[in-house]
Design a protein around this ligand. Structure first.
Ligand code: PXG
Length: 469
């Protein structure tokens, strides 16, 4: 029987039943969820979230790679409230604009570092990373059309990349499971292999040798397709959803050499990596490359309200603006005043607390050192981190690097132990990954590492019991 009770009077089972009856979740097997019942998250403060049973969990994933300033920031709620009372919404289609959108665009332009005189003076707004990457496809195609090279249509991406879940986003992404369900990729998108040294490095090959070889796959693909047909290369600085795949130092400079050589556009998808996550406002600065377009979302508002967009570099902006006339593309919420006001308040916090500097400095170094200590655990094949993202590989045998098979689902076993013991950590196959809030103190980092080690111990015990080790 359906009852209409105030939500705060519902108990966990009631909420789970309603959830199961009415809410289709993203990336979820609903048959399985119905059996288990969803975990109901009810509140959050700092680096912790609480569920409806009162369990407290350290959120080492910052929500979903986005709550960079941590939870409970009153300044962000105040900014939203004030903007809603002043101008909750107005569109920016018909030669109108609004103050928060203008201020934010100018602020982002000032934060984006110039490389070799190339700068980012323009911003195109959306409400998510997926939409932003759809906009990238539109902008890239328009750019080449306007330059009289409409045959330059092909966008090259990488296997195991994540660029979103819309038709173009999922096509740009390299997730085979997503392609299989939607007749994807859409035409004119192709993929090369990812720069994952642990998986694709050859015996005796150094990480830097591998990085050059992996970048070389781009050049091979360009030659294969014909350089005059290639529009752009898109990549995450570090692959996030793919499992925190950190490319060797030699990779990005070689990619830059290749895109320059063939004149193709470079799109840096920084939905995860921007806004301090790697110790810089934008991640291309960390790796020293020169993108033409930069995708952002998530931490631009620390996830408090949806906002995304594209930083449009001079090369593309000049053509779109000077030659383009009307660009037939945009969203109702492009430049949403409340989202932009929250983003401005979020950037204020990041600047006042010097969060990128913290991550790049002593706190980041402490995080890297403590995280690396997990590498001595009998289940861990290797650890790696960069700024405030980190991953480790669970292996059967540290000496031989023997991996678990996919059906042993070792990551999910470990993730289960994390949840039950007050830690939110993400599993991607046999990789366990984290992206904690940038506000973590030394004590928080100690607690995080203690909880991870505890989950690893419990996983090891579990595997022994099941005879899998
Ligand atoms: N690009 C990148 C690099 C991302 O990480 C998107 C685009 C799409 O953003 P939206 O806002 O449309 O979701 C993302 C999103 C995971 C996970 O399981 C990661 C993302 C989204 C959902 C799950 O790690 N990243």
């Amino acid at each position: 029987m359906k009852t209409r009770t105030a939500p705060d009077q519902l108990n966990t089972q009631d909420i789970q039943a309603l959830d199961s009856a009415h809410f289709i979740h993203p990336f979820t097997d609903h048959g399985d969820l119905a059996k288990r019942g969803a975990r109901v998250i009810v509140r959050a403060e700092g680096i912790y979230v609480w569920d409806s049973e009162g369990e407290k969990m350290l959120d080492a994933m910052s929500g979903l790679w986005c709550v960079n300033v941590g939870y409970g920031r009153k300044e962000l709620a105040d900014a939203a409230w004030q903007q809603m009372m002043t101008l909750p919404f107005y569109n920016s289609f018909f030669q109108t604009t609004n103050l928060p959108a203008v201020k934010l665009a100018a602020r982002l332009a000032a934060l984006a570092p110039k490389v070799d005189g190339r700068s980012f003076e323009h911003v195109f707004y959306s409400s998510s990373g997926s939409e932003s990457n759809d906009s990238n496809v539109r902008m890239v195609r328009r750019y080449w059309d306007l330059l009289g090279q409409p045959q330059r249509k092909m966008i090259i991406s990488r296997h195991n990349a994540y660029h979103g879940s819309t038709m173009a986003g999922a096509s740009l992404g390299g997730m085979s499971g997503m392609h299989a369900q939607g007749d994807l990729p859409i035409p004119n998108i192709t993929h090369i292999e990812q720069p994952y040294y642990f998986e694709h490095g050859l015996p005796g090959e150094s990480a830097d040798e591998f990085g050059l070889r992996a970048a070389g796959w781009l050049e091979e693909k360009i030659i294969d397709i014909g350089a005059d047909k290639v529009a752009a290369f898109i990549a995450e600085p570090i692959q996030g959803a793919g499992g925190v795949i950190i490319p060797p130092a030699s990779y990005w400079p070689e990619i830059q050499r290749i895109v320059d050589k063939y004149g193709i556009l470079l799109i840096s998808d920084e939905v995860i990596c921007a806004f301090g996550r790697l110790g810089h406002w934008f991640a291309y600065e960390k790796f020293g490359y020169k993108p033409d377009l930069v995708t952002f979302a998530k931490a631009v508002t620390s996830g408090y309200i949806p906002l995304g967009g594209v930083m449009v570099g001079d090369r593309v902006a000049k053509v779109l603006i000077e030659k383009g006339g009307e660009f037939n593309h945009g969203y109702t919420y492009s430049g949403h005043p409340v989202a932009c006001a929250v983003a401005l308040a979020n950037l204020d916090i990041m600047e006042a607390e010097q969060l990128p500097q913290r991550v790049r400095g002593e706190v980041g170094a402490y995080f890297a050192k403590r995280y690396a200590e997990l590498g001595d655990h009998p289940l861990v094949g290797m650890t790696e981190s960069c700024g405030f993202v980190a991953g480790l590989v669970l292996v059967k045998n540290r000496q031989t690097r023997e991996r678990f098979s996919a059906d042993e689902a070792v990551g999910m076993v470990c993730r289960g132990h994390c949840f039950r013991n007050g830690l939110i950590m993400r599993a991607v196959g046999d990789r366990m990954i984290i992206a904690p809030p940038l506000t973590m103190t030394h004590a928080d980092i100690d607690e995080l590492v203690r909880l991870i080690r505890q989950a690893l111990d419990l996983t090891l015990h579990d595997l022994h019991q099941k005879g899998l080790m």
